[in-house]
Design a protein around this ligand. Structure first.
Ligand SMILES: Cc1cc2nc3c(=O)[nH]c(=O)nc-3n(C[C@H](O)[C@H](O)[C@H](O)COP(=O)(O)OP(=O)(O)OC[C@H]3O[C@@H](n4cnc5c(N)ncnc54)[C@H](O)[C@@H]3O)c2cc1C
Length: 657
């Protein structure tokens, strides 16, 4: 595959992303890795429950006492959520959005009137200043009526202009843009390009420095809200030059600046109301004061923004879990086959139990992360990433089980059910709408790598040069000495722990044995990571299946610890939470044990070798006997810089009257 866009010249960028080799196809694995590495936040200023867990230390003191929301802010948010609930229940017609592939103008107006576009914007800039917890609750509510409306609000304020400005904007930028956004103008985040998905090292949109600012040229793909947004965050590469560090940079761009064309509105498996664009920039002038956070800081800004920004997507996954559980419960009690309600047949009963326990687990992880972020007492970057990964995977399984429980009706559209006089439950739609969550805002595979990188950070910071194939002998020797001292201290701590004492964690009552398991398992997890590092050394980062399992075990353990602490804290007001926590822990432990076994008993190596042969076409005969998809177009479309030749399909939402 080759691409045809103009490329900036090759040169070393200050943040590792300063310049791109002349052909995108030649960006090496090492270069992509360097860019990802340079965009990481390297420091850990606050404690992290997740990081400690991967190091074999169950630091329950970081999550117990269970955090409490600020009562004044929470009460204020409650009023808003009540109004929002009434509005979405009566005014948003999910079926209509699905049928027309479009969110009506009135919905934009109604949400703006309520202040929903300013949920995450501070009150001093005209927003509601909701906490992460309340913002998540609001998204869950909206998303349960129509996930595309949830995605509109979430893309607008979790990755769109408000969040990066809040974290990195100047006071002047905040005053200029945030009140507009809080009042209902829509924003979008534009990073992806036809040739840039999970690998920002290939970014080809150029911001060329000119008198007073920059000139942007490039094409951005799949920008959610891109067809309606009036303010954009655009990631573009400033070429490095004498005295200029350059690098990938974040800009606030006015959506109707001359030279911007919305070339397409994209359509997907689900989220039919999504206003998602292909956006072309041709000689678009952006004033210098619209850079966010400084040149070359774009990816770091994007990643830091996502630390809490990532919490909105799992909020909608939790909402989906609740929605599915509700349908599954009512339907399984009502539908009788073979002499009993189907919920009483064991095969369906186990699904119901999985749905309830997992919804409780996901909600607990999310609430905990939100409240820790709101308190600002912990670093939640690992936990938020774990919740995104876990909730997107688990809610998909829940929705799939719901389709199965609903039988043929699970596969039938809501409109068809209604036409036959049955309750129009859009089960197939929730499956379609949820699928993307495993792909965007960090695909599952990329989340595994990102979390694994943080999980092994302690090892890398002491042993990094030993396992770095590029490090010379003297660096390796120095690192060897440092690592020996570290491991001599650390390894013995992994051999014994509180989880081995039968009375430990007694204050958690019937949940104590689950916490003893988590304590033992977290040490085993750290030992397994260490064995992996010793065995594969520099090749460890390529052992993606192994790392993926390490991360998945960490997610299960984090969730188990969280549900135990929450259920115990709430046991007086909600005693049945103890049952759900127990149920969740029993199921999670079975999953974690299977993952531990698979760390060492698997087909990863043979699979990787087989994949090589598959890619070489050795078994291509196996594909015979079907008609493959037609078309000889390229898999990835290239683009040429220049003015657009496409019709502008921008949608202008008229002002409310
Ligand atoms: C509906 C929708 C909305 C979106 N909204 C936005 C938006 O608002 N703004 C925006 O900028 N982008 C947006 N995107 C883009 C989205 O973030 C990307 O689709 C996502 O980053 C994945 O990139 P890709 O599709 O190019 O997949 P690729 O990067 O081509 O990946 C293909 C597959 O390979 C895997 N893979 C890639 N690299 C590795 C690796 N190193 N190791 C293991 N596996 C790997 C991926 O996980 C995936 O399974 C949206 C996409 C969609 C479909």
């Amino acid at each position: 595959m080759t691409t045809t866009q103009n490329r900036p010249p090759a040169a070393g960028g200050a943040d590792g992303a300063g310049a791109l080799p002349t052909e995108a196809g030649t960006v090496s694995y090492q270069e992509s890795r360097q860019v990802a590495e340079a965009s990481r936040e390297a420091d850990w200023a606050k404690p992290s429950f997740g990081k400690e867990l991967f190091l074999g230390r169950l630091r329950l003191d970081l999550i117990d006492p269970w955090p409490e929301p600020d009562p004044v802010r929470h009460a204020k948010a409650e009023e808003f959520i009540k109004k929002l609930g009434a509005y979405v229940r009566t005014e948003i017609d999910g079926d209509r959005i699905e049928a027309e592939n479009r969110i009506p103008d009135e919905v934009f107006h109604g949400l703006a009137r309520l202040g929903a576009f300013g949920m995450k914007i501070d009150e001093k800039y005209g927003g509601l200043g909701l906490t992460n917890l309340d913002y998540g609750r609001a998204l869950m509510l909206v998303g349960s009526v129509n996930p595309a409306v949830g995605a509109l609000l979430s893309a607008h304020q979790s990755i769109g202009v408000p969040q990066p400005l809040k974290l990195f904007g100047t006071e002047e930028q905040k005053k200029r843009y945030l009140p507009r956004l809080a009042a209902g103008e829509v924003s979008a985040f534009l990073l992806t390009e036809p040739d840039v998905g999970s690998d920002p090292a290939r970014l080809g949109t150029i911001a060329e420095p000119v008198e007073g600012g920059y000139k942007l040229n490039g094409v951005k793909l799949w920008a959610t809200n891109g067809t309606v947004a009036t303010l954009l965050v655009v990631m573009a590469r400033v070429p490095a030059s004498d005295g200029r560090r350059g690098g990938i940079t974040a800009f606030v761009v006015e959506g109707d600046s001359p030279g911007i064309t919305i070339e397409r509105r994209n359509q997907f498996v689900g989220l039919r109301g999504l206003e998602n664009s292909v956006t072309r920039f041709h000689d678009v002038f952006v004033p210098a004061d619209q850079v966010i956070g400084g040149e070359g800081r774009g990816l770091k800004i994007a990643l830091t923004t996502l630390n809490t920004g990532r919490l909105s997507l799992p909020a909608m996954c939790v909402g989906a879990g609740k929605w599915c559980l509700n349908v599954a419960r009512e339907w399984s009690a009502a539908r009788v086959q073979w002499g009993r309600p189907i919920g009483e047949h064991e095969a369906i009963a186990t699904k119901l139990s999985f749905m309830a326990a997992t919804t409780y687990g996901m909600e607990t992880m999310l609430d905990l992360c939100c409240m820790l972020a709101d308190d600002d007492r912990n670093d939640i970057r690992i936990e938020a990433a774990l919740v995104k990964l876990y909730a997107s995977e688990m809610s998909w399984k829940i929705a799939d089980e719901l389709v199965q429980i609903r039988g043929g009706r699970g596969y039938e559209t809501a409109a068809s059910l209604a036409a036959r006089g049955e309750r129009p439950v859009p089960t197939e739609q929730i499956l379609r709408d949820l699928r993307i969550n495993r792909i965007f805002e960090g695909s599952t595979e990329i989340m595994h790598l990102l979390i694994a990188r943080e999980a092994v950070d302690a090892h890398l910071s002491v042993a990094g040069d030993i396992i770095d194939p590029a490090a010379g002998l003297s660096r390796k020797a120095k690192a060897g000495a440092k690592a020996s001292a570290f491991y001599a201290r650390w390894l013995p701590t992994l051999a014994v722990g509180k989880g081995q004492s039968p009375s430990a964690f007694g204050e958690y009552g019937r949940l104590a044995h689950h916490l003893r398991y988590v304590e033992r398992a977290s040490r085993k997890l750290a030992r397994s990571t260490f064995y992996g590092m010793s065995r594969w050394q520099g090749k460890m980062e390529r052992k993606e299946a192994f790392l993926g399992r390490i991360v998945d075990i960490g997610a299960e353990l984090f969730a188990m610890a969280a549900v135990c602490v929450r259920a115990n804290a709430e046991k007086r007001i909600r005693p049945e939470g103890m049952e759900l926590a127990d149920l969740f822990c029993r199921q999670a432990r079975v999953r974690a044990e299977a993952l531990f076994t698979a760390l060492w008993e698997n087909t990863d190596s043979v699979d990787t070798k087989a994949a090589k042969r598959i890619l070489e076409g050795r078994y291509a005969w196996l594909e015979e006997g079907v008609i493959p998809p037609a078309g000889d177009q390229p898999w990835v479309s290239g683009w040429q810089p220049g003015p657009s030749t496409a019709e502008d399909v921008r949608r202008r939402v008229p002002p409310a009257v």
